[in-house]
Design a binder for this molecule. Sequence first.
Ligand code: UT7
Length: 314
Amino acid sequence: MTSTAISGARILSVGTALPEQVLTNEDLEQMVDTSHEWIVERSGIHERRIGGTTSDLAASAGKAAIERAGIDPATIDLLILATTSPDRRVPATASTVQELLGLQCGAMDLNAACSGFVYALVAAHGFIEMGHSRVLIIGAETLSRMTDWTDRTTCILFADGAGAAVVEKTDGAGDLHGWHVDSNGSLEEALFCDFDGKIEMAGQAIFKNAVLAMENAARKSLAMADMSADQIDLVVPHQANVRIVEASCKRLGIPYEKTSMVIHRTGNTSSASIPLALEDAWTGGRVNQGDNILLVGFGAGMTSAAAVITWDGI
Ligand code: UT7
């Protein structure tokens, strides 16, 4: 899949929200047969946040992004909420968030698992190209509700959180130079959660495919952007496992030091993880005007997505 019709939008601002409750590896040692050392060595996670509802976390992140942008919420034309953990089956949690934020616009959920935020970013650029002026995109999850807290192979990984971005129409080409979205439905059984069930995962199968899927999505985005890996200033990857990110970076020839990582304090927050890591880099002074940023994720489905942008936000 290729496209050259990319123009006219930029990420203006980002905002995030995390629940107050911290769950440490030491806490998990009291719940399942695991150890802080094992979790850190195998995943890079030290602690994670749990609690709240997806809509509340999403609204807090969205509010932060709107306030940081300094825009009137009434100017937002569309809300896209990437989530795998909606508050309800119906209606879309995006409608709840719309009400919480007092927006008057279209609202929809998007489920592409951990790739969801990048899917939403690409979709937002598309809606703006078709005439919208501002789109609020949010990735928000309460995976703790879907976690089996007796299963040590999954409960050490998943957590809750939200991240948002205001995407707006801009004069000129915009910030998105290349993108790729993908899915491999044959891997459905490797990671799934049935209605009213808990997350089930074949960790090693996901691990291997994740490294390849991240590399593939990144390479296709870079090719569309006509950029080489060494032109990337910052990589904002899905935060599933430090070792997956290290292996993907190695295959792409991008130094690991160029990544923004928050997994040590957030765990795996699925569609929230990329905006959480982007905001962390931004607040840490690692995002500057004109920087080339690679956003890349993978997740259940098995989905993958990447976008190459040049930062033109606040
Ligand atoms: O957003 C996308 C979602 N998911 C992912 O990206 C997950 C991808 N997979 C992974 O991140 C890794 O596969 C895990 C972190 C889940 C597991 O790491 P691993 O290095 O692949 O470990 P493993 O599954 O090969 O297990 C190694 C050993 C096993 O024991 P034996 O058979 O060698 O005796 C497991 O039973 O570690 C054991 N083990 C644990 N030990 C302590 C599994 N979970 C734990 C645990 N604490 N929590």
